[in-house]
Write a protein that binds this ligand. Sequence first.
Ligand SMILES: Cc1cc2nc3c(=O)[nH]c(=O)nc-3n(C[C@H](O)[C@H](O)[C@H](O)COP(=O)(O)O)c2cc1C
Length: 628
Amino acid sequence: MKIRTHADLEGLRAEGDALLHSARPRICVGMATCGMAAGAGAVFKAIGEAATASGLDVMLVSTGCIGCCQQEPVVDVRMPGQGRVVYARMTPEAGERLIAALSAGELPAEHAMAVIPEPGSALPEKPQGLSHLPRMEDLPFYKKQQKIILRNSGRIDPRRVEEYAAAEGYTALERVLLHLSPQETIDEITRSGLRGRGGAGFPTGKKWDLCSRAPGTARYIICNADEGDPGAYMDRTVLESDPYAVIEGMTIAGYAIGASEGYVYVRNEYPLAIERIHHAIEQAGELGLLGDNILGSGFTFSIDVVRGAGAFVCGEETALITSMEGGLSEPRPRPPYPAVKGLWGQPTVINNVKTLASIPAIVAKGADWYAGIGTEGNAGTVVFSLVGKVANTGLVEAPLGLTLDEMIHGIGGGGLDGRQVKAVQTGGPSGGCIPASLFHLPIDYASLSHAGSIMGSGGMVVMDEETCMVDVALYFLRFTMAESCGKCTPCREGTRQMVEILTRIVEGKADPGDLDLLEEVALWVKGASLCGLGQTAPNPVLSTFRYFRDEYDAHVNERRCPAGVCRALVRFAIAPGRCTGCGLCLRECSVGAITGEKKQPHRIDEALCARCRACYDICPEGAVEIAR
Ligand SMILES: Cc1cc2nc3c(=O)[nH]c(=O)nc-3n(C[C@H](O)[C@H](O)[C@H](O)COP(=O)(O)O)c2cc1C
């Protein structure tokens, strides 16, 4: 059946609503890649088998990411008449016990993390016996979050369009196709203040407007889901958790700019995202939500999936287009910008996954609503993958303008194991390290840029006292060196030279002149490179130089790594007074450098020691000391 009329859409919504508010217990297991990596597959299987064995009639759903990736596997149980409870760090055995409790008519307390109230429904806010549980939105991790891009993540079944429709899906497309002209649609997006979430923050409405006015025989819309930054997984998660939002956003964009074809360019290493977007496109096509005469409007639009060529530079828009055309994925000079001359030489809008997933919410709720979120010039929300040495890791969506402190100490809960946070790296390999002394800064495009970093696509890596900032700069430079396409000399040769100098520094072989040379090369690469990869590659060096110069000086002038990370510059020793002779370090040492009798203080042979830190990390007494 094709969805052609408002009544058809309402029918689809009713089907979805019946699933979301089922009369049976609805058990949603977070099965995006983060959940799967934590063992959600086994939990899902155990719950399914236990339910079948006990004869309990449940609705078992594999959803996307619920956000608190650190608490995975996460299971959200909605029990009619009782309430909705989220369970954290589930195991297959706990899943079996969950079914046993549900069979007895109870929501168990074991592994329970929070309740999710459903205002306006008949569902009690807190189930009997679980009144001590906080509400999900009151947990420190969620308190300052506002979900627009991730509005359906972990909530709906990403394989069922009817659930997406029931969660206000296709409201925006209906409004656009039946009530707005293409130009009015563009104006709505312009008024909302949405800026592209792929990194540079270019105003989305302006990009659409430029494209719609550019001469051409065809127009295209491309969803950029290449996402190659280390530590970043926001776009993958959106595709895995809510693919229909991206499809609806692309369809609206297509209508606005006059395109009838769209492409999702997705990283080949994202198999689950590829599978889910493929399925969603197929299902939308079967229902007529893609294809000819969408919602009876006469508008035709189709979407194809292109698997990315597996290089970081493929995310750069001109390299991405060249790769789609079958060429070597190298960037080309701009202008002309893709909005004017893009795929096959035709006007093309390239937008990030999160930009496109924001569109349906903006159109459905209106530009003014969206413009009212965030701060002046920085409307709306951003999604960060908060990772590194921080207590709470996961996917965070918050309004722009939230301070770094609110993000890292509030939502993130501060340093891991109570350690002091030293800095945060935003923007992936193109970004910079911002010191804790600047955590009062708001998270917005201009503030991060003034601080020497960038907003980027949403990677946020937290660092503490045990992070060496020179080592961090080297890590990112090695990445950009390996990912440089080699087309332009400044990037190809400059990143290699920076890696060589940084390697000398961490190995204790540099002289003071190397620091000046490093800065000179960094500025040269920044100024002379052809594309954003080279232009931003020096950021990790320049920002750590600006804020952590003392660490560089210690490495070069004193042959010392203050964080105790750089192997060539640290020595390990066991404090005899603290060592209990438990033998853990001896067994852990892979090079046999540790000796000692049981219950007697152990020793490290410096000549054999590989300085891998394994003894330091495993010692329960803190007896292994690092001479920094
Ligand atoms: C080296 C490099 C890699 C990039 N990778 C991505 C990416 O993975 N995803 C993305 O959306 N944008 C990426 N960009 C930015 C894109 O070129 C482009 O600006 C973006 O897709 C536009 O979408 P937006 O307007 O929605 O932000 C990258 C840029 C550079 C220089």
